[in-house]
Design a protein around this ligand. Structure first.
Ligand code: NAG
Length: 361
C-alpha cells in the first residue's frame, strides 16, 4: 500500500514536470551539458556567399584542402547557399568533399524590411524553393539539406520558424547571442528563453527545431560583431591571427562553440585575411583537441552529448555525381539571360520564386 502511494506520487510529480517543460526541451544556456573538461571544443565555420568557381579556387580550396580534425577526418564547414550567381556544380563539389549544404534564400534581397514584413508564404517560397533548387540542380538528396540562414539575420519571429517548418528545414543559423553570453545549441521544444538582438524572437514552440546560435565576437574598438567582415579589424596577418585566437579563447572559456562567419568580401577588402585565417586554423588544429564541425554534426552532439575522449566526426561517403556539367543560358524575364551551371539537364526557364524547377509556365 505504501509502495503504491509512492509510485502514484512519483507519477504525479513527473506528469507535472512534463506539462511545464516538454521532455527533451533544451534551453539556451551558457553551460555545457557536460563538465567543461569533458566537453569537446567545436568551431562552426559558415559561408553564405554565392558559390562560384572563383571563390572556390581562390578561397575555399585554400581554407580546407589537406586540413584534418584530430580524428583524422577532413575539417568541414556549412555553406548556406543563395541562388543568384551560384554554380551548382561547385555546390555539388563542396557536398562531396563532406561539407554541409544549407539554404540561404532565392533572392537574398538586401532590404531588412523585406525579410521582416514577408508573409509566411513568401518565406516558404524563398527557403523551400531554394532547397528544391539546390537539390535538383546540384543533385543533393533533399533530406541532407537541413540548415537555413535568413539573409542579414533578419528573423521575423514565428513567421520565420513556421516557414522553416513548412520547408522541411530543422536547424536555424540566424540567431546571434551576445559575446558575453556565448550559448550552446538549443531547441525550441519549449518557448525560447534566448534574446533577439537583431530580428524578432518566435513566441511559439517548435517541436523538431534546433538553433545553432551565432556567438558574437569582439571587433575593432570592442564592437559586437559576428561576420569577420563586420568586425572591421584592419591589421597585419600575424595580428589578425592573434585576434582570432583571442576570440577563440574567449569562446573556449565556457567551451561554447566558436562561430566563424566568413564572407569572401573579408578576403578581398583585407588582403592579409586569408593567410591569417589559415594560420589560425593550423594553430588550433596543432593543439589537437578542437573540431571543425558542420551545423548538423553539432546538433547531433547536442542531442546526445559525447565526451571529448569519445567524440568523432562523421565521414559518410558521398557520391552525388554531377550527371552532366551544363552551362545553361536561361531566360530571366526583364533581367535578360542568366548563365547557370547545373548538374542536370538545363531547365527551360531561370529557376526563381514560385518556379524553383524552372519549368515553362
Ligand atoms: C587599412 O589600413 C590601411 C593603412 O592604414 C589603409 O590604407 C586601408 O585603406 C585600410 N583598409 C580598410 C579596408 O579599412
Amino acid at each position: 500500500m505504501i509502495k503504491l502511494l509512492l509510485v502514484a506520487s512519483l507519477l504525479f510529480v513527473s506528469a507535472a514536470t512534463a506539462q511545464d517543460e516538454p521532455e527533451e526541451c533544451v534551453r539556451a544556456s551558457t553551460s555545457s551539458p557536460l563538465d567543461n573538461d569533458k566537453t569537446p571544443q567545436f568551431i562552426v565555420m559558415s559561408f553564405d556567399d554565392s558559390a562560384t568557381n572563383l571563390v572556390y579556387e581562390e578561397f575555399y580550396k585554400n581554407i580546407f584542402n589537406g586540413r584534418s580534425n584530430p580524428d583524422g577526418n577532413p575539417i568541414k564547414a556549412t555553406f548556406l547557399i543563395p541562388h543568384e550567381y551560384t554554380d551548382y556544380e561547385v555546390v555539388n563539389r563542396l557536398y562531396n568533399e563532406g561539407h554541409e549544404i544549407g539554404v540561404h534564400s532565392i533572392t537574398k534581397k538586401a532590404e531588412a524590411a523585406y525579410w521582416q514584413s514577408s508573409s509566411v508564404e513568401n518565406l516558404v517560397d524563398e527557403f523551400k524553393g531554394q532547397k528544391e533548387i539546390i537539390s535538383k540542380f546540384a543533385n543533393i538528396p533533399e533530406d541532407h539539406i537541413r540548415v537555413v540562414r535568413t539573409p542579414h539575420l533578419q528573423l521575423a519571429g514565428d513567421k520565420s520558424f513556421e516557414a522553416y517548418k513548412r520547408s522541411g528545414l530543422d536547424i536555424d543559423s540566424s540567431w546571434p547571442a551576445l559575446s558575453k553570453t556565448k550559448l550552446f545549441p538549443y531547441n525550441l521544444k519549449c518557448k525560447s528563453n534566448a534574446q533577439c538582438s537583431i530580428g524578432e524572437c518566435p513566441e511559439e514552440s517548435y517541436d523538431e527545431m534546433w538553433v545553432v546560435p551565432i556567438n558574437n565576437i569582439k571587433g575593432v574598438n570592442d564592437i559586437e560583431c559576428n561576420t569577420l567582415f563586420a568586425c572591421q579589424m584592419n591589421l597585419t596577418q600575424p595580428e589578425l591571427s592573434q585576434w582570432l585566437l583571442r576570440e577563440f579563447k574567449s569562446a573556449a572559456a565556457n567551451k561554447s562553440p566558436f562561430s566563424l562567419l566568413v564572407n569572401s568580401a573579408w578576403f578581398t577588402i583585407y588582403p592579409d585575411a586569408l593567410a591569417a585565417l589559415q594560420a589560425f586554423i593550423d594553430e588550433v588544429l596543432d593543439e589537437g583537441n578542437t573540431y571543425f564541425v558542420s551545423h548538423s554534426e553539432l546538433v547531433e552532439w547536442a542531442k546526445n552529448p559525447v565526451e571529448a575522449a569519445n567524440f568523432e566526426t562523421v565521414a559518410e561517403p558521398r557520391s552525388a555525381e554531377c550527371e552532366i556539367n551544363n552551362i545553361c543560358p536561361l531566360d530571366f524575364e526583364e533581367f535578360g539571360t542568366r548563365y547557370m551551371k547545373s548538374c542536370v539537364k538545363c531547365p527551360p526557364k531561370y529557376p526563381w520564386l514560385g518556379n524553383p524547377q524552372g519549368l515553362m509556365e
